[in-house]
Structure formats: structure tokens, C-alpha cells
Design a protein around this ligand. Structure first.
Ligand code: UDX
Length: 483
């Protein structure tokens, strides 16, 4: 006879940034689909933007146990909250938000109504796992970590104490960026100094970013479990190592496809909508794409955090226009730093863009990558973008900006053979050459691996696949906790 489990209720708390909220909200929706009550806790700032640019009311109204709640990030109204100011955001969450969260739990505010069960567990973004664990322990609520980075990057952060012990960081004077790092098990033959997460490329071991990323990662084995947005066939070696430290690791990605498949199975429709935008989406690019030939367009987007100087912007622009390839480029209003005067843009760039290009300030990226006109992706190698490109079978040119992106791009080019790595270069001639290589003579080289990996990704989230089964196990595990 099956044991009766009372309904489970999970609090999900992401770090307040696009890439984090996006994937954690997908996890939340998957749990909602499985009938688990979910309280999704956003900072006020993020929630206001989410409500403005994503129709969450309609999307989530079909999950009776789903509620959004908000909490202050403790920053002043005029704070930019960009991740360039990461430390300020992190410190404020760790001091002010921590107290507010504690108060919320102490006063039972998260229960909301008496029809909602008490909290079964907390799923927190591992980047803010430390303070949330302290509170969870105080209230005896089990805590599960969710990391928005790849398993390989997680493993690299985990290995930092060994890297330091071996003297491979910090940087010594005039460093050879191509020197191999030999102390991250499973990556000894290809991980160079320049491929380490950017926060590890420091000459001061007391650097606060390094300290935060390493200490938050090191303590995750103390959590009840670890959830990763990846799949077994993609990151087997790193996952085997992680499992020697964390007893329960649930790989349930790629989350965007996993959610899409489960929604489609439930509604028998292929029109599921699951993007979570903090920016206004410009859908006009889809009409433009409809008019372009098969696989003729390179999609260019640097995610939600990257900023570039005016000079670098010009190098990319010249490179794209001079390649003579068609391009769709996302230029967020805050992508280019410094004064930008449109009158300064050379006529040849405007002409080339009018003929073969299209620019938007935010695109429906998942739809764009799935469009038949897209033949390549010039990306900053954020983990969500990387997974989205993998599922769509689109080869990449990687231009990593910060954090995990340096490592992701090495895996894309060297391990998975899904594209080219342009890291640490920003030159119009290199951009032109790489775009032409990817869209032209090297396409065939990548197509076999991109097709194969796309197939494996889809298989993992189809019924019986590894991520599919792991999600079912996670749901069961959460239900058992509520007994
Ligand atoms: C950063 C890190 O690099 C990433 O690895 C980590 O997991 C989260 O923080 P970000 O720079 O935002 O993320 O990049 P990415 O992870 O690629 O996420 C960006 C998301 O925004 C993607 O889901 C992408 O589909 C979406 N996006 C981006 C759009 O919907 N439209 C756009 O125009 C650009």
C-alpha cells in the first residue's frame, strides 16, 4: 500500500539576476506541475521587472499552490543593481535581506493562508546558500542548493583550495595565460589559466569575489541535496567527482526544454511559453528572421550582465558587417558603457546593418535559437545561453565576459567541439574571420557534434531520460520530507 504524503510546500529563493531567476522559475514551474506548493521569493526590484515584462499572472494561475512573495534587497532605490556591483548586492542580501527572511519565517508569513501547508524545504540559489542555510537550520527546515552554473564550473570552484595549494593561483607577475592548470581532476589536459572562472584569475587570494564563490561552493555538501541545470551525457566526468562530495545530486536540465516537454505532455500543445524576462522583448525580429534563408543568420547576444566599451562595440560591429553575413544582434540599452553618439557611427556600418542586419534591445532568445534561419550564435557563454544553443543544435562563437563563462567557452570549443573560443580577443578581423568560419567552411566540422549533443539533451528530458527520472526522484524526495 502506498504511504500517504501530506502536500509538500517549497520555498524557492533565487539570486536577484536574470540568468538566476530565469532558471529557478523554470524549476519552480516544474515543481508546480508536479503538484507541489511553491512560494517563489523575489526581491522587490526583480519582481517589479518580472511583472512588467512577463505575463506571470496568466502563466502561473493554473498552479493553485503557487504564490510569489517579495523581499527587499536592502539597497537604495537608485542603486544600479548591476552585477558589476555584485559585492554590494551580495553584502546587502547577506546582512539586510537575511534578517528580513528570518523574520518572514519566524512570523509564518510564507504560509499565506491556512490552506497552504507549512514549509517542507527551501531550495536556494547556491550563491546565497550560506546565510539561507543558517536560517533554515535555525528553523529546522531542510535546505537544497540549486546552482545556475555548469557542473564543470561548480567542480572547478570546488577544486580551488587544491589549485591554491599547488601554487597554480594566484598569478605570478607576467603570467603565461596558456599555462595548464593540473589540479582540477578530469580537466588536467585542457584547462588553461585563462579558462579558469574569471574570479579565480586574481593576483590576490583575499579577493572578495574569489572568497565568496569558493566558500559558497565548498559548503554545499552540507545541504540536503544539490540540483544542477545540466544533463549526465554532457558533464559525466565533473558529476562523478562532485558525487564523491555531495551525496545527492539531481541533474534535471536543460531546464527550459524539460519544462517545455512536460508542459506539452500535459496540454498536448506545442505552443508552451516559458521564458521569464526582466527586459521588454522585441518580437519584431521573428518576422525579420522569417524572411531570411535557412541557417544564414548569426545571432549575437551577450546575455544580461555583460558590458562592453564603445571601442569593443565598434570592433564587433565592423567584424559583423565586414563578414558580409546576416546578423541579428541584441544590444541592451546598458550593454555599451560610456557616452554613445549615433552620429559617430560610420556610414558603412549603418549601411551594412540596414542591408543584412537587425538590432533589438532584447530578443525572445529561446525562439530565436530554434528558428530555421539561425546558423550560428556569437555568445558570452552564460550557462543558460550555452544550454539553449546546445538544445537548438546551433554552433557557437564564444566571447566570455565574466565568472563561469571563461570555463564554459573552453568546454564548448575543446571538449564538446560545439564551436570556437574567441576569449580574450576583441578585434574586427578576428570577429570577421570567426563568423565566416562558423557560418562557412567550418560549419560541417561542428554539425555532427551539435546535432548529436542536441539529440542527447532532448533524450535526457524525455520520458525515461536521466534528467526526467532525476526530476521525478527529486519530487518524490521532497514529498517524503513532508511526512
Ligand atoms: C550569468 C552567468 O554567466 C550564467 O552562467 C549564470 O548561470 C547566470 O548568470 P547571464 O549573463 O544572464 O548569466 O547569461 P545566461 O546564463 O546566458 O542567461 C541569459 C538568459 O537571458 C538566457 O536564458 C537567455 O535566453 C535570456 N535572453 C538573453 C533573452 O531571453 N533575450 C535576450 O535578448 C538575451
Amino acid at each position: 500500500m502506498e504511504q500517504y504524503c501530506p502536500p509538500a510546500h517549497v520555498l524557492i529563493f533565487p539570486f536577484p539576476a536574470q540568468g538566476h531567476v530565469n532558471s529557478m522559475l523554470k524549476l519552480a514551474e516544474l515543481l508546480g506541475l508536479a503538484g507541489i506548493h511553491v512560494t517563489f521569493l523575489n526581491t522587490d526590484f526583480i519582481h517589479e521587472r518580472l511583472v512588467r515584462y512577463t505575463d506571470i499572472k496568466t502563466r502561473f494561475s493554473c498552479y493553485p499552490g503557487f504564490q510569489f512573495m517579495t523581499i527587499s534587497d536592502g539597497l537604495s532605490a537608485d542603486h544600479p543593481r548591476s552585477l558589476i556591483k555584485f559585492i554590494e548586492v551580495y553584502d546587502s542580501l547577506n546582512s539586510k535581506t537575511k534578517l528580513l527572511l528570518r523574520e518572514m519565517l519566524a512570523s509564518n508569513q510564507l504560509i499565506g493562508s491556512n490552506t497552504r501547508p507549512s514549509l517542507t524545504c527551501i531550495i536556494v540559489d547556491g550563491l546565497i546558500g550560506g546565510f539561507t542555510s543558517d536560517i533554515a537550520n535555525e528553523f529546522r527546515i531542510p535546505i537544497i542548493y540549486f546552482r545556475t552554473i555548469s557542473a564543470s564550473c561548480y567542480w572547478a570552484y570546488f577544486s580551488v583550495p587544491k589549485i591554491i595549494e599547488a601554487g597554480e593561483i594566484p598569478v605570478r607577475g607576467n603570467e603565461d595565460m596558456d599555462r595548464l592548470i593540473t589540479t582540477v581532476p578530469s580537466m588536467e589536459s585542457f584547462l588553461r589559466y585563462r579558462d579558469l572562472p574569471s574570479f579565480c584569475q586574481v593576483n590576490d587570494l583575499n579577493h572578495c569575489n574569489l572568497h565568496i564563490f569558493v566558500s559558497e561552493t565548498q559548503q554545499s555538501p552540507q545541504a540536503h541535496a544539490l540540483i544542477l541545470n545540466t544533463f549526465e551525457d554532457l558533464e559525466g566526468p565533473a558529476l562523478s567527482h562532485i558525487r564523491t562530495h555531495c551525496s545527492k545530486v539531481y541533474t534535471i536540465g536543460p531546464l527550459h526544454t524539460h519544462l517545455k516537454f512536460r508542459l506539452e505532455a500535459k496540454t498536448s500543445s506545442s505552443q508552451s511559453q516559458s521564458s521569464n524576462n526582466l527586459y521588454e522583448v522585441d518580437k519584431s525580429c521573428m518576422t525579420w528572421l522569417d524572411a531570411q534563408p535557412l541557417k544564414s543568420v548569426i545571432y549575437v547576444s551577450f546575455g544580461s550582465i555583460t558590458t562592453i566599451t564603445k571601442d569593443k562595440h565598434m570592433e564587433f560591429w565592423f567584424g559583423l558587417v565586414n563578414s558580409k553575413q546576416r546578423f541579428l544582434w541584441v544590444i541592451r540599452p546598458d550593454l555599451v558603457v560610456g557616452e554613445h553618439n549615433r552620429n559617430e557611427v560610420p556610414e558603412e556600418l549603418l549601411k551594412g546593418t540596414k542591408e543584412r542586419g537587425y538590432i533589438v534591445s532584447w530578443a525572445p532568445q529561446e525562439e530565436v535559437l530554434a528558428h530555421h534561419a539561425i546558423g550560428g550564435f556569437l555568445t558570452h557563454s552564460g550557462w543558460n545561453s550555452t544550454l539553449e544553443s546546445i538544445v537548438a543544435g546551433v554552433p557557437m562563437i564564444c566571447w566570455p565576459f565574466i565568472g563561469d563563462q571563461q570555463l564554459n567557452s573552453r568546454f564548448v570549443s575543446e571538449v564538446w567541439k560545439l564551436g570556437l573560443d574567441m576569449k580574450d580577443a576583441c578585434d574586427r578581423f578576428i570577429v570577421e574571420k570567426m563568423v565566416n568560419d562558423l557560418m562557412g567552411r567550418k560549419r560541417e566540422v561542428f554539425m555532427k557534434s551539435t546535432d548529436e549533443m542536441a539529440w542527447l539533451a532532448r533524450k535526457s528530458v524525455s520520458e525515461g531520460g536521466s534528467s526526467y527520472c532525476n526530476l521525478d526522484r527529486l519530487v518524490k524526495d521532497i514529498r517524503l520530507m513532508s511526512m
